[in-house]
Design a protein around this ligand. Sequence first.
Ligand code: CTP
Length: 403
Amino acid sequence: RAGSLAKSMGYEAYVVGGFVRDLILGRPNLDLDLVVEGDGILFAEAMARELGGRVKSHHKFQTAAVLLHDGNRVDVATARLEYYEYPAALPTVELSSIKMDLYRRDFTINALAIHLSPERFGRLVDFFDAQRDLKDRMIRVLHSLSFVEDPTRILRAIRFEQRFHFKIGAQTERLIRNAIANQFVHKLSGPRVFHEMRHIMEDDRPLASIRRMDELKLLAAIHPDLALDPRKDEVLAEAERVITWYALLYVEPKPEVWRIYFLGLCAGMEDDQVQGVARRLGFSKHLEESFLALRHSIRNTAQQIFEWDYRRGLHSELYFLLKDLPLEGVLYLMARNPKETVQRSISLFLTTLRTLRVELAGADLKAMGLPPGPRYAQILRAVTAAMLDGKATCRAEQMALAK
Ligand code: CTP
């Protein structure tokens, strides 16, 4: 319907980018990006009217997002010739708008399009041999200024390489090394680098990407203290193992995994070094403080967890040690202490103790005639402990204990 709609407006419309790449690779992708040769915003508005939805448009960039009533989202961009004025561009007269639009993208594998017009519907548009690169599993830029134009593409290249098990092409890798050696990464704002790093850390098994970033000297280019050392590498490897293990438990809540990897990247660093990294990456004051606080709580808990006796220790002790630590901190503690008994203790907490709930509540204590006050918290804590230690397994026993 988008194709017919475009035709009725005298436009040509295409699906482009990651959607087409993933379609060919057979990977799910629900982010639909369209490019229209014509007025993208007018087209998006017509689409919203026809399919039911609303439009958020950016006139400056001539782009729009159609937010459909069924919850789906379609991004629409405008392909315009005069838009592409940069040194690497080929003579514009020879090129169609879609070709120029694709040419200014990051990698050949992301520069494919599919026709939506009724006459050519479904036909693949491949100006840059992207199908060959997909077949050969290669990440290649479209022109040699790609990383100069946008150095975040270095991080994207690494992410795609590891995610798809592709290889960055030799010439593209040379351009990356050059861009890094020439300090192009320094020009990037903190939030943009952080956004890309988070993206990498939220992909499955990011360790390979982190190692690749290090190997290309990208971590050090972002901030000298971020470079890997054997200790960080070991903790990160263990973190990946722990995160995979936890994901397979299929329990809620889900951790924000980037925080765990980030803790690993900051292993062995002093607080002022961590602060330096946080500032380089444009952390908000709030994020910087919560990240530092998380490191402190982990440090304060680590020794006690190490000493807790897995065989003879009281479960309630373990529970109260870990219950207020954010999940990311608990998982990091596990990664940082590969000692078997520590891992077993934390696993016991995560799989069993953490979910235990006292059936007794403040209202019950009130019904018993106890005056409300700080005593409530003490009693509930004692009842929780008794429950965890197997001394009050049913409600009646808990009531008796409270009395
Ligand atoms: N793009 C680019 N340069 C960038 C970012 C994006 O050229 N720095 C282009 C690519 O063609 C990409 C498209 O914009 O395919 C959409 O970007 P995005 O949604 O970030 O990437 P996807 O390729 O869809 O990747 P993902 O699967 O991670 O969403």
